[in-house]
Write a protein that binds this ligand. Structure first.
Ligand code: SF4
Length: 659
């Protein structure tokens, strides 16, 4: 098949239209409802409009806007949309007007989280409401039981909100019953112990959701799409299971008020279940498709599915298998909004595939910031960086260092029209990503470099490997400007080490250094992937591992779902964790630690080797020398200040944008 093969040969199902209710979407690629952190005071912002417009321009068939709260008790974060009064209508209209010119349809989610409330507007712990007072294990809240009057108010809120979406020119509304949110709390017999008409039998537990659907349908009429999002399996203790949700979907399908069902997995209610809300790279591509298939078997309305579907090939397969009628490819679109157009043109090698790292998308949301992407920092910054920015004068640009920062800087500078040469001292470009991808469960991380290399090559960057740049070379090449991206090296321990114990650096262990058998202590200052990953790696090779972390928990710096998966795997492998300790000294077989809070000594005996993950120090020795040559130089990424791939790529973009 040629690289320029046309769409019908490659993705015949993905690029066929789909009828949903009285609306038709042009293809089966959906940006499903996801928090963006881009609302301002509960309303649509300029940034949110630009974000969705970029996905529509890129060829997305359907956008489902993020949740909008339907009642004052539905405010689950401080940075969400609210549809509780008519001021929401103008915002919906802005989104509709931004995406409709690109033949992209847009629905929005109507939402009540019940007990799943993360924050309040004033910092106090809010009263949460649920069907019953079932304890919430993730947020440690005890909900109040919803009185019937509040149930009726909330149902009315769903209908009012949907009507505002209709008035704003959207094409549909999606009722959120997924992820253990309020409708699911009513459905679940293990959470709902009401004795009134909303509890007890399956019919009674379905009553709340049924009344929501009927109220919404009555309010918006038959031409407006009304859909349902549900977790086919909440994948959690006490969560809804597939047999139960199949029965719910079958009954609601028979009622005849819904136009589609959107299937996901997981629940907000527990740490284990919440991993599936935005599944990390440890989950298999499209792993939820069989669940959607079971629901599709019992309904005659379209079924969408979400769950790590990050490439059009995967989506096509799911559609061809008959497991769903459309695929939610949300992070694939966060990472590459042009993915649909590229797929339709057969340019599959040009697609920047999402690697499921969760770092800048859901990671930003959880931290309270607008979502972005570590591979595409333009996302969430469309108003600044998604604009044409051709060069005024073509310059010669020397980029020193072929890690993520250097590759991004080189690519963007070349895309803008500069003549760019990138020098890498090693045999391969990729920097520390080449190490990160070797940690257990992190193989897909290497995709970030695969994508950056391809982009740099397409943009015309000349890459020179195996060349250590010095001032003689810089003088010889006489670039107009230099971008320094020379990364970092591990910090050496500055502690007492006596009696010649075995000590190793984490990078060397990842690279295959010999590690003796017996107990291994890992001194982990970073609290990120490296300590946890090396601990698991060694434990799975039969070592007894004690992970000593200089923080409250191993993986403290990681996005929650990623951390939880890694903690789970490390626990299964038998890793022992000691939190809040820093390493003070080592002798032949003892590691001496100090508790960070109490100051008390902590000792680990019978130690065969100690592995250090003490953080990086910047390699920026060249910066002053280049400046002395009178050449403009900008340091980015770890050589400026060691952080993560996200900041490296962002600074590459920023540096190249200014040249
Ligand atoms: Fe995908 Fe990571 Fe980008 Fe999120 S930050 S969209 S998971 S590549």
């Amino acid at each position: 098949m040629s690289a320029t093969a046309t769409m019908p040969e490659l993705f015949p199902k993905l690029f066929s239209p789909l009828r949903i209710g009285k609306t038709t979407i042009k293809n089966r690629i959906v940006s499903s409802g996801h928090d963006t952190g881009m609302s301002v005071a509960g309303n649509v912002s300029d940034q949110l409009v630009a974000y969705h417009r970029a996905r529509a321009v890129g060829g997305t068939g359907l956008i489902v806007m993020q949740v909008s709260g339907v009642h004052e008790t539905a405010q689950y974060t401080t940075h969400m949309l609210m549809a509780t009064d008519d001021s929401a209508i103008a915002g919906f209209r802005r989104i509709a007007e931004a995406v409709h010119p690109y033949d992209c349809k847009v629905f929005a989610q109507i939402f009540h989280p019940g007990r799943e409330i993360m924050e309040s507007l004033d910092g106090s712990r809010p009263v949460t409401y649920s069907a019953s007072n079932a304890f919430n294990d993730r947020f440690h809240s005890v909900p109040a039981v919803m009185p019937t009057a509040l149930i009726k108010e909330v149902i009315e809120g769903f209908a009012d909100s949907a009507e505002r979406m209709l008035k704003g020119g959207l094409d549909g509304a999606e009722i959120v019953a997924s992820h253990g949110y309020l409708p699911a709390q009513f459905l679940n017999p293990r959470l709902n112990d009401r004795t009134d008409e909303y509890g007890g039998s399956a019919e009674n537990r379905l009553r709340f959701l049924r009344e929501v659907i009927v109220a919404v349908r009555e309010r918006v009429g038959d031409d407006f799409v009304v859909g349902l999002r549900i977790s086919g399996d909440e994948m959690s203790e006490d969560g809804l299971v597939l047999d139960e949700t199949v029965q719910v979907c079958s009954a609601l399908n028979d009622d005849g008020h819904l136009d589609y069902i959107s299937v996901v997995a997981g629940t907000s209610a527990t740490l284990g279940g919440s991993v599936h809300i935005v599944p990390p790279m440890t989950q298999t591509t499209g792993y939820t498709a069989p669940i959607a298939g079971k629901i599709k078997d019992v309904v005659d309305i379209p079924v969408m599915v979400a769950g790590r579907i990050n490439q059009p090939q995967d989506a096509e397969l799911i559609l061809a298998n008959g497991q769903a009628d459309a695929c939610a490819m949300t992070r694939a679109l966060i990472c590459d909004p042009e993915m649909p157009n590229k797929a339709e043109l057969g340019q599959v090698d040009d697609i920047r595939a999402c690697i499921g790292c969760n770092q800048a998308c859901i990671g930003h949301h959880h931290a309270g910031y607008p979502i972005s992407c570590i591979q595409r920092p333009e996302t969430g910054r469309e108003l600044v960086y998604d604009l044409p920015n051709p060069v005024v004068r073509r310059k010669s640009v020397m980029v020193i260092g072929g890690g993520p920062a250097g590759l991004k800087a080189a690519t963007v500078a070349a895309q803008r029209g500069h003549a760019v040469t990138l020098y890498e001292a090693g045999r391969r470009v990729g920097g520390q990503v080449l190490l990160a991808e070797r940690l257990p469960g992190r193989a897909e991380f290497g995709g970030a470099i695969t994508n950056l290399i391809a982009e740099s090559q397409r943009s015309g960057v000349q890459i020179v490997t195996g060349t250590q740049v010095d001032t003689a070379l810089i003088r010889d090449k006489a670039p107009d400007t230099v971008i320094l991206a020379t990364g970092s090296t591990p910090r050496a321990p500055s502690i007492e080490i006596a009696d010649d114990p075995v000590v190793l650096e984490a990078r060397d262990v990842v690279n295959g250094a010999d590690v003796p058998s017996g107990r291994i202590v890992i001194a982990d200052w970073r609290c990120d992937w490296i300590g946890l990953g090396v601990a698991r790696m060694l434990a799975e090779r039969g070592r007894k591992v004690t992970l000593c972390v200089d923080g409250y928990m191993a993986g403290e710096m990681l996005q929650q779902y990623v951390r939880d998966e890694m903690l789970s795997a490390a626990h299964e492998a038998g890793v022992e964790v000691i939190p809040n300790v820093s390493v003070m000294g080592i002798d032949e077989d003892t590691v001496y630690l100090q508790h960070r809070l109490s100051g008390q000594p902590v000792m680990v005996d019978d130690v065969a080797a100690t592995v250090f993950s003490l953080g990086p120090i910047p390699n920026n020795g060249l910066q002053a020398q280049i400046a002395d040559l009178g050449i403009d130089v900008t340091a980015i990424g770890d050589c400026l200040a060691p952080r993560t791939v996200e900041e490296a790529v962002l600074e590459g973009l920023k540096a190249a944008w200014k040249i």
